[in-house]
Design a protein around this ligand. Structure first.
Ligand code: GLU
Length: 417
């Protein structure tokens, strides 16, 4: 995690504490919710291309499965830590519950810098990790998906390794696969597209117009790219974009597909013709209608939250805002659509992919996008209504909705033995 030096697990637990206190929840149920059900740490020895042997560490945290099989991505990052994976696994539990899909929450990670691995090394590391966790995943047990620095190719390697170990083909063990292997139409774009849909619904609920609304997107990976492109097609003006090297700004508006072409050619958004260069911090602090953080966690923290000039923040990333920053933003009247709603389009289409796989079907892009659209519009409305009813902000409302659904499931299952 970059940004401030805050423990991500402590941070999400303090959000949960506020929520369960507000809900008047039984302290025993709160205790169950803060305790991940299973934590796997695996050591992954790998022979590098130069013959050297290195040992990597991998995690899979299975937070809660009261509502269905564990679900959540796997991220490859040199700063991945156990506490970050625990926090992200918990966030997946709330996310699946908020959008009402029958899954629990999990997350995985390998501590590695993919920029320093060859494609062959990345494949071997992925296969070794899959073998190490193969007994704990499965279509009705735990279904991984892509996250930061993992993609459809990574999912193909996981599917293949798992299938070889089972002795038959099991496409439904992962989502976010290549289309040829049973992946869903629209899955790659789904997270960014979902973020754009939530932003549009937010504009509608706040009586803001989308035409020419100014938008800044921090992070130009899979989520940021598709959010920016969809928002641009909805009529928004993308005035700022950034990646890990820095940001670009043009008040007239940037064309995200052309910026993507430039990034593919040069490795960064920087140097895009006709744009002014900014640091990542400056990008976050630009004056705009909507800010979409779509990079790492904890980018908006106690020290910079007071400088944010956006009217609305729509969280494309997982955990981009710390709890302290949340309070500052809310005092300053910044409206915020939280991650567990705003980036739920990815897992929503993962669910559609899994349903297609277990039924041996393949749906059209139009069908997938229609379902994504209608389910997200409903989820947004439900969270908005909850906010009005309980006099909370959007994060409090989304969390209350997710947490109470999971708590109800736990109570209905009862405690074994
Ligand atoms: N990694 C994505 C997320 O954080 C997608 C997870 C999934 O599709 O299971 O929501």
């Amino acid at each position: 995690m970059s940004g401030e030096n805050i423990n991500p697990y402590d941070d999400i637990c303090s959000q949960l504490k506020i929520c369960t206190t507000q809900l008047g929840m039984n302290p025993g149920i709160h205790e169950i919710l803060i305790s991940p059900k299973v934590i796997h740490t695996v050591s992954l020895p790998l022979e590098m291309d130069n013959g050297e042997i290195k040992v990597f560490t991998g995690y899979r945290v299975q937070h809660n499965d009261a509502r269905g099989p564990y679900k959540g991505g796997i991220r490859y990052h040199h700063e991945v830590s156990m506490d970050e994976v625990k926090a992200l696994a918990m966030a997946m539990t709330w996310k699946c519950a908020v959008i009402n899909i029958p899954y629990g929450g999990a997350k995985g990670g390998i501590v590695c810098d993919t920029k320093e691995l060859s494609i062959g090394e990345k494949e071997h590391l992925t296969r070794r990790y899959t073998a190490a966790i193969s007994q704990f995943i499965g279509p009705y047990r735990d279904v991984p998906a892509p996250d930061m620095y993992t993609d459809a190719q990574t999912m193909a390697w996981i599917m293949d390794t798992y299938s070889v170990m089972q002795g038959y083909s099991v496409p439904e063990v992962v989502t976010g696969k290549p289309i040829e292997l049973g992946g869903s139409e629209g899955r790659t774009e789904a997270t960014g597209r979902g973020t754009a849909i939530c932003l549009r619904e937010c504009a509608r609920s706040l009586n803001m117009t989308l035409k020419d609304a100014t938008v800044v997107v921090q992070g130009f990976g899979n989520v940021g790219v598709h959010a920016a492109m969809t928002l641009s097609s909805m009529g928004c003006r993308i005035i700022g974009l950034s990646d890990s090297r820095g940001g670009i700004f043009n008040t007239e508006g940037l064309d995200p597909s052309k910026v993507l072409g430039h990034k593919i050619e040069t490795g960064s958004v920087l140097g895009y013709p006709g744009s002014e260069e900014l640091t990542n911090e400056e990008t976050l602090e630009l004056e705009c209608d909507f800010l979409v953080p779509a990079a790492l966690g904890h980018q908006i923290h106690e020290k910079n939250a007071g400088n944010i000039k956006a009217r609305v923040i729509v969280e494309g990333a997982n955990g981009p805002t710390t709890t302290e920053a949340d309070e500052i933003l809310s005092r300053n009247g910044v409206f915020l659509v939280p991650d567990i709603l705003a980036n739920s389009g990815g897992v929503m289409v993962s669910y559609l992919e899994w349903v297609q796989n277990i039924n041996r079907q393949h749906w059209s892009l139009t069908d997938v996008n229609q379902q994504l659209e209608s389910k997200l519009v409903t989820a947004y409305k439900n969270v908005w209504d909850m906010k009005e009813k309980m006099d909370l902000n959007m994060r409090g409302a989304a969390l209350s909705m997710g947490v109470s659904r999971v708590a109800n499931a736990i109570q209905q299952l009862g405690l074994f033995p």
